[in-house]
Design a binder for this molecule. Sequence first.
Ligand code: UDP
Length: 236
Amino acid sequence: MKKGEFLYEGKAKKIYRTDDPELYLVEFKDDATAFDGVKKDSLADKGILNNRLSAIFFELLEEKGVETHYEKTVSEREMLVKSLEIIPVEVIVRNIAAGSLSKRLGIPEGTVMKKTVLEFSLKDDELHDPMINHYHIYAMDLAEPEEMAEIEKVALRVNELLVPYLRDKGITLVDFKLEFGRHGDKILLGDEISPDTCRFWDSSSQEKLDKDRFRRDMGGVVEAYREVLRRLEGGE
Ligand code: UDP
């Protein structure tokens, strides 16, 4: 598989074409950003850890029947994925109040939600990813109702699969963000699943094992990502 034309650079990843039009190559960078790119740093090895962690999650989900863009890992920092036409709607799944939800609704961080919460944001950095609802999604022609029904079903299924999987490793899945895209007539789960896009708390100490360590200048960011990987790879 040949690395082809550079296509796109995001905050944490670069995307390249390959010699197969159906496949793209994703390269995970060490760059870390928060607050819409205002806070920036480079964290040695973060890209390697997120490539590995995303692969573990995508492989688990595929095994359980969730269709993702993941094909295979090709190097420390690169995975091969199915080409997607990304739907510009970020899907946030929340089990426990944290971050923007706590702020917006005044619900203290750590409060267990009585029902899983799904939220949608427009994927647009300049507008700071504003929250939107189904009316906006259809009025702006971002996705069809049938597509949203499928996306919501898959997002909740991903949560149902990841919560017990992580609980077994001593990790509480607080919330996470998913992105979906079109590949032919299919909707596939895309992007990444990593401590950059999820909130992971140690189940006994509640210690944060995710990007909040970077957002809040807590230090030990890469060490926390490494700890998540250690647990998923068979520790604990
Ligand atoms: N998230 C993300 N990218 C975004 C916004 C949120 O990956 O652009 C993830 C975030 O890491 C967290 C969840 O989605 O796991 C919910 O984030 P929240 O809305 O609380 O926003 P934040 O506090 O990160 O601004």
